[in-house]
Design a protein around this ligand. Structure first.
Ligand code: FES
Ligand SMILES: [Fe+2]
Length: 372
């Protein structure tokens, strides 16, 4: 059931989807202080494994050392070069590509070739800048601005579900990394409403029309919203899912689809067979990027039949998710173009009330008046 009984007003103005001022305010108040999943622990298999990213306009280098994954601003304190531009790899030392300065895991300069040229050397001010890193299950989160709640408090009561879900007996079988020609809020809004299913996903998700209100429940909180959809246990897809979970020796079935939006930009989806995490990041006011990971039930059984079933299920999940993401992305640029020319305030139906909560969170965090 929906919480609201009447349609809701837009709390953001069309300009909030393209202006530099809105972009800067959202970075400042919402995104720089937030935790963003960038990788999986398995992406750093040994000490020396590293990856590089662009996160909210900052070059970030993540590297494992002593079994600990750390994150740095990927800028050398000598003459400002990126330490490395290689997307991922392995290095014996944390060193700069230009003149070979080396850094200890805590960011302190450990070796300067021909160091005598730099006398007297200010070692403390030459430290690499570091960022906070925390994990939940296999997901590795980075926060660019220190302070505020840790990851557990940010994810609240959902931390344990995420921690359990992105770990054995589930395994990562699909990753996704795409740029969109639209403001980052457009794909977030898309993912928190089911209203579009019959029109955008007629084959993949919309075959049964709009989900009846009585089959779903919205939970609206200060920092997150959740949709819990009771699956029709008599339907063939749900019966198949139950069988597959049993064959793989998975946890007890719940026959629910749970979609969680943690403000501002994190989305998690839970079913008995598949679990997804997705983050939406602004690149410019009108460009965004998403990263996503799908874990599918790998199960506890090791017999050949279970192995084949697990592989088939993973392939099916990856294909459907790829198609659904493509279908959703087909309207993003059109909505961005429409916003730029819109004379309307827009309106939000009760079915879309999770968007209203998202807007309310942004409005409060950025100190905006409704609709301005
Ligand atoms: S810029 Fe990094 S060692 Fe010179
Ligand atoms: Fe969709």
């Amino acid at each position: 059931m929906f919480v609201h009984k009447e349609q809701l007003e837009y709390q953001l103005a069309p300009a909030d989807y393209s202006s530099d001022a809105a972009h800067r305010a959202e970075l400042e108040h919402l995104l720089l202080p937030a935790w963003h999943p960038l990788a999986l622990t398995d992406d750093f298999p040994t000490d020396g494994s590293f990856r590089t990213y662009e996160l909210l306009g900052q070059p970030v280098l993540m590297r494992r050392d002593g079994g600990v994954i750390r994150a740095y601003l990927n800028v050398c304190s000598h003459r400002h070069c990126l330490l490395t531009e290689v997307p991922h790899g392995h290095s014996e030392t944390l060193a700069c590509q230009y003149h070979g300065w080396e850094y200890a895991p805590n960011g302190r300069v450990s070796r300067v070739p021909d160091g005598g040229c730099f006398r007297p050397f200010d070692r403390e001010n030459a430290r690499l800048r570091t960022f906070e890193v925390e994990t939940c299950g296999s997901l590795v989160f980075v926060r660019l601005r220190p302070g505020g709640d840790g990851l557990r408090a940010t994810l609240g009561a959902d931390f344990d579900r995420i921690d359990r879900g992105f770990a054995r007996p589930y395994a990562c079988n699909w990753t996704y990394d795409r740029q969109f020609d639209c403001n980052w809020k457009i794909p977030v809004e898309n993912t928190v409403e089911t209203y579009h299913l019959p029109w955008i996903h007629p084959q993949t998700l919309g075959g049964f029309g709009l989900i009846p209100e009585e089959a779903q429940k919205h939970y609206l909180r200060d920092r997150s919203t959740t949709l819990v959809y009771e699956l029709d246990t008599a339907s063939e897809p749900v019966r198949t899912q139950r069988r597959v979970v049993r064959w793989l020796g998975g946890p007890a079935t719940h026959d629910h689809y749970i979609h969680l939006h943690v403000f501002p930009n994190l989305v998690f989806t839970f079913t008995d067979l598949f679990i997804y995490a997705q983050v939406y990041l602004p690149v410019t006011p009108t460009q965004s990027r998403t990263l996503a990971w799908m874990f599918s039930l790998d199960g506890t059984r090791r017999n050949p039949f279970a192995r084949v079933i697990a592989r088939l299920a993973a392939r099916h999940g990856a294909r459907s998710n790829e198609a659904i993401q493509r279908e959703d992305a087909s309207v993003f640029a059109a909505q961005q173009r429409g916003l730029a020319a819109s004379p309307f305030r827009g309106c939000i139906g009760t079915r879309e009330e999770r968007i209203w909560c998202f807007h309310d969170h942004i409005r409060r965090a950025c100190g905006r008046s409704p609709g301005t």
